[in-house]
Every structure is written in C-alpha cells, then in structure tokens.
Design a protein around this ligand. Sequence first.
Ligand SMILES: [Fe+2]
Ligand SMILES: [Fe+2]
Length: 389
Amino acid sequence: MVTTEEREGLDISQPIKIAPEIWWVGIVNKDTPFKCHAYLLYDGEEAVLFEPGPLANYPSIFQKVIQIVPLQSIRYIVLSHQDPDVCGSLPAWEKALASTPVSVVTHSRTAVIIKNYGLTSPFYLIDQKDWSLRLSSGRTLRFIFAPWCHSPGTFMTYDEESRSLFSGDIFGAITYKWSFYADQSYVMAMRSFHDDYMASTYHLRYAISKLTTLNIERILPQHGSIIDRDVLQYIQALRTSRCGLDLLCGRSSSAMMMKDAPLPATASDETSATMNYSGLPIGYRYIIARVIERETGVLGKEDALAVAREVDGIHLDSEGNLIGIYEKNGKDILNRLLKSYEERFGFWAVFNCRLMIHDLIREFGLAMPDILEEGHMLNIHVARQHKGQ
Ligand SMILES: [Fe+2]
Ligand SMILES: [Fe+2]
C-alpha cells in the first residue's frame, strides 16, 4: 500500500496498490484531461475488475492486470454504466477470458444496452441479486443505486472489507493538473464535472444520500483523482452542489450554493480609493470570483491565477483572492477572462464552467458575456429558450 511519503513520484506505468487487495490498474493519458481509471480487487481466491475502460486502454490495462493475478482468477467485471469509456474494451476482455467463467456485473437497465457490444458472457444483474455480491471468500460487495447519475442503471460499489467505494463517474473530475490523489483543489474540479454529467441536483443528492450510512475510507472514481483523505469533505461538497438541469433551467436557487462558497474578499479602503470597485457582493464580481475559483481546480492554481492576473480590470491579492473589478465593465471583464482561458487552454477550459455561469447570470439578471452568447460555440442554447418561455 502507498504510504504518505510515497505519494509523490508514483510510477503510474505500473499497477499501484491503494488498499489491501485493491490495485489501481488504469492508464494516464497526458494528452487529455479526461483520465479513465480501472481497479482490480483480488482477495486471493477471485479477482474483480472494475470499469475496464475504453478499447484504446486495453493493452496497458491487460498488462497491469496480469502482473497481479492469473487471468483465470478473474470472475467478475463490474460496470457502473454503459459508457464506452467504461466498457469499450469489453469484447477484448471477453476474448482474453474465453476459457474463464467470468460474469458481467451490472444493472438490468445497463445490461440491455451493453449487449450491443456483442457480448456472450453471463450477466450478474445486481437489481435481481439483492444489490450485493458475495465472493467465495465471504467478502461482500454492496451495490448502491444511483439512477441517472448519469445513466438509468448507474450504481456505485462498496467493498465492506476495505471500506472502499468504487464510485464510477460520481466523484469524478476532468483536470488539466492531474494528481493521483485528490488535493484541496479537487473539490472545484469535481463540481465542474458534475455540472454537466449529472442529471440534476435532485438525482445527485439522492445518490449521495445513500452514502451517509456507510463507513467510507476511500473513494475510487472512474475519472479524476483517488480520494483517501477527508472523505466526508468531498461527500459534503457533492451534497451541496447544484448540477445538470438545475443549472440549465434555474431550478432551485443558486443562493443555496452561495451559502457554501465564500464571497469575494472586500476591497480595502486604500484600494477602493484608487480603483472604482463594485460595492455589490454579487453580480459580475461574484461570477468572476467563482470562475477563477473553478479554474483553480480544473487548470491548477498557478495557471488559473496567472491568466486572471493578466486580464484588465481584475485585481487579485497576493493569495489569489479577487479584491475587485471595475464596476461598469463587469460583462467585458468576464468575457475577457473567459477568452483568455480559452486562448490559453482551449475549449474545455470554458466549457467546464459555462453551465455555472449561465445559472448565475440568470440568477442575477445580468447580460451574458459575448463568448457565451448565441452563435458562439460555447453557448448552450438556453438564452433564447428562456426568453421565449
Ligand atoms: Fe459515464
Ligand atoms: Fe466515465
């Protein structure tokens, strides 16, 4: 198992033991912020492969798996949902395990779709097996239904023995500054991912509410970073996140979210005297602070703040807190900030926070920055719908 001292400098070309009898066997493609993780549980009698991943990852993951277990010990492949980044490699695995009695563990709603990969292996349908799987050793995996997070049959898996939660897309993130283990910035990267990939606040809260009775020591998501410290902090972050349809259509007030986020620092008297700051605690100033905070998680603090510091009209203190913006130019300043992130890091850098901005712009009754207006590639086509409804 990885000790605190060994957390830096991990050799990710090799399997990494993250808990007794549990290994990370994913690959890290440095060309994309969308990392896909696979995990292997092997308790000495049977092996369980979680989220085997896209077809392109198969050769590397296969090599890692056979370093740990003999192929014939793999009895189960767990698929939290049917996305190709979860199960695109299934046909290749099925071929490799042709002489092994392997079962595909998933929900009935997912199984009917996964069959389209041309599978012939039997399914272990969790919703027909009392939401649990008992291995021959007696070890029990419990399945936690998380419908529409983000597919109808989505579930998470809790290993009682190691108190590990294999969470699928939930607790995932898209990060430019990836680290194997989550750090403080991960909450923002995680929220950014859930904005778009989860159906709604209601659905996400339903899934998260199922975790409150579990004693979780670590969370192993399919994307992003492994969470093995301050687990409750990350659970609470998702419990208080708004996402999906709520951001798109303004369901439930963003004031709920604001309660959990500190407002931007207030300009000191000295700085206020020399710059014309907005005196409002909300508005563009608030949105700009939220964008910078979000980008800190997605792009890394250093890069996120470096870009913001170069934008005319934005004043950050030495810690990176937003001191203020020029009052009359809020829309233009927000637009310049987003354009700067897009120019420096590409489409994804703005795509990651556009739903949050749409939501806040609507909440505050402000004008949309040009980069998110209709006709621009980053628009999400809600402005016109709202005007007409
Ligand atoms: Fe997915
Ligand atoms: Fe995924």
